[in-house]
Design a protein around this ligand. Structure first.
Ligand code: AMP
Length: 282
C-alpha cells in the first residue's frame, strides 16, 4: 500500500493507473477509521481495479466553534486498517498542501444545503463540496463511495457531480451500526460511559417512528413528537438539534409521510453531536 501526502504524486499515480487502463475508486474520509469506513472500502474494492482512500480532516468544513482541533486522529492505526482492507493508496495531505493561502474557489449546492445539518452548520457543505471536488480533480476516480449516515452529504455530492458533469459514479452505502444499534462514528469515542450506554435510544426512536408509519400514522408533526418524547424519556441528557422529515432526494420538508420519506436527526450528547437517519417506508 502506498502512502502519499503530496498532491502532484497522487495525481501522477492515478494518471499512471488510468494510462494502464485500470479503473479507480475513491473513498474520502476524515480518518480515525471504524467498521463503517471499512464497509465502504470493502464495497469500493469490488467496484474498480484500484482503491484510493483519502484521510484528511478538512478544516473548511468545520465552523469556528466546532471540534476541528479535537477531532480524533490516529494515522498509524488507520494505515494498518486500510492495508488490511485492500486499499492501494492512502492520501493524507497537510491542510496547507490542500489549500493555497490564496485559495478562492468554492463549490456550493445551497438548495440542498440549507436545512438539516446545513442549518446548524453554516458553510459545512460548502467545505465538503469543495474538498471532494478537489479530490475528484486529483484522483479523477471512476467511482466514489459515501455512507448514507451522512445522507444530506451524499445527496449534495450526487447533485454537485451531476450538475458539474464531473463524470464520477456516486455510490451510497447503508449505515454501519454497533451491535446495540448506535450508528458508528469517529465521534463516539468522546461519549462518556453513561452517554454511550444510552445512545442507542436514538436508533430506537427512529425505529419507533418507522413502526408508527407502518401502523398508518402519516402526520409528520405527530411522528416528530413521538421521536422527541422517546428521547426525552430514554436519553434525558440529549438535546435534539433537529428531527426532520424530508423528501429523500430534494431534502424538502414533508408534512405527510405518505411516500418514502427520510427522517434525519442530529442529537447533542454533551458537546458530542451525533447524526442518524432512517428512510421511512409506507
Ligand atoms: P467521515 O470520516 O466521518 O467523514 O466519513 C467518511 C465516509 O464514511 C462518509 O462517506 C461517511 O458517510 C461514511 N461513514 C461514516 N460513518 C459511517 C457508518 N456508520 N456507516 C457507513 N458509512 C459511514
Amino acid at each position: 500500500m502506498n502512502l502519499l501526502a503530496d498532491l502532484a504524486d497522487l495525481r501522477q499515480q492515478c494518471q499512471t493507473w488510468r494510462a494502464q487502463g485500470l479503473t479507480v475508486a475513491l473513498v474520502p474520509t476524515m480518518g480515525f477509521l471504524h467498521a463503517g469506513h471499512l464497509s465502504l472500502f470493502d464495497h469500493a474494492r469490488g467496484l474498480a481495479d484500484r482503491l484510493v482512500v483519502s484521510i484528511f480532516v478538512n478544516p473548511t468544513q468545520f465552523g469556528p466553534n466546532e471540534d476541528l482541533d479535537r477531532y480524533p486522529r490516529d494515522l498509524p492505526r488507520d494505515l494498518e486498517l486500510a492495508r488490511a482492507h485492500g486499499v492501494d493508496l492512502v492520501f493524507a495531505p497537510e491542510a496547507g498542501a490542500m489549500y493555497a493561502p490564496d485559495h478562492a474557489t468554492w463549490v456550493d449546492v445551497p438548495e440542498l444545503g440549507r436545512g438539516l445539518c446545513g442549518a446548524s452548520r453554516p458553510g459545512h457543505f460548502r467545505g465538503v463540496c469543495t474538498v471532494v471536488a478537489k479530490l475528484f480533480g486529483l484522483v479523477r476516480p471512476d467511482v466514489a463511495v459515501f455512507g448514507e449516515k451522512d445522507w444530506q452529504q451524499l445527496a449534495i455530492l450526487g447533485r454537485m457531480t451531476r450538475d458539474l458533469e464531473l463524470g464520477v459514479t456516486i455510490v451510497g452505502r447503508p449505515i454501519f451500526r454497533e451491535p446495540d444499534g448506535l450508528a458508528m462514528s469517529s465521534r463516539n469515542v468522546y461519549l462518556t460511559p453513561d452517554e454511550r450506554a444510552s445512545a442507542p435510544a436514538i436508533r430506537q426512536g427512529l425505529l419507533l417512528v418507522q413502526q408508527a408509519v407502518r401502523g398508518g400514522e402519516v402526520d409528520a408533526a405527530k411522528l416528530g413528537l413521538m421521536f422527541r418524547s422517546h428521547l426525552a424519556e430514554k436519553l434525558p441528557m440529549a438535546r435534539v438539534d433537529y428531527a426532520d422529515f424530508v423528501h429523500p432526494e430534494a431534502l424538502t420538508p414533508v408534512a405527510r409521510v405518505d411516500a418514502p420519506t427520510l427522517l434525519a436527526v442530529a442529537v447533542f450528547l454533551g458537546s458530542v453531536r451525533l447524526i442518524d437517519n432512517i428512510l421511512l417506508e409506507v
